[in-house]
Design a binder for this molecule. Structure first.
Ligand code: ZN
Length: 135
């Protein structure tokens, strides 16, 4: 099996169970998954790292029926509020992409999957969120 690399740099795969690693404002604690020059909330420029929870609740979603030709539709595009803070724009996976199977505030948890493999066998690993058990 080849090496695995995360499809986004804030997805950490080589430190136990996969998790999202946010940039946390040292001043006010605001969390960002992308790189920032300054905090959007307080304007300060010092950031640390914060490991985010892999569980949360579905804050909003839309069922996408049109996309680029190579993207299978329909799929569920979502925003998840993570337990303990932070939010992530993601896809809801392992669920029927129909309104009766998706509801606001449903508990979800992160999962990873192989999004592609290159000629050397290196796997690009992506993440999504799926309905949590007991839901
Ligand atoms: Zn801040």
């Amino acid at each position: 099996m080849g090496e695995q690399i995360p499809i986004v740099d804030y997805l950490v795969l080589d430190d136990g169970a996969p998790y999202l690693n946010a940039n946390a404002c040292e001043e006010c604690g605001a969390l960002y998954l992308d790189r920032r020059n300054a905090c959007a909330k307080c304007g300060k420029t010092d950031f640390g790292k914060k490991k985010l929870a892999d569980t949360g609740k579905l804050k909003s979603f839309t069922i996408v029926h049109r996309a680029a030709p190579t993207v299978p539709v329909p799929y569920v595009s979502a925003v998840v509020d993570l337990d303990g803070g932070g939010a992530v724009h993601t896809n809801l996976v392992n669920v029927e992409p129909e309104p009766e199977h998706v509801r606001l505030n449903m508990p979800v948890r992160m999962t990873t999957y192989v999004a592609g493999v290159d000629v050397d066998g290196t796997e690009a690993v992506a993440f999504g969120f799926e309905p949590a058990e007991g839901n």
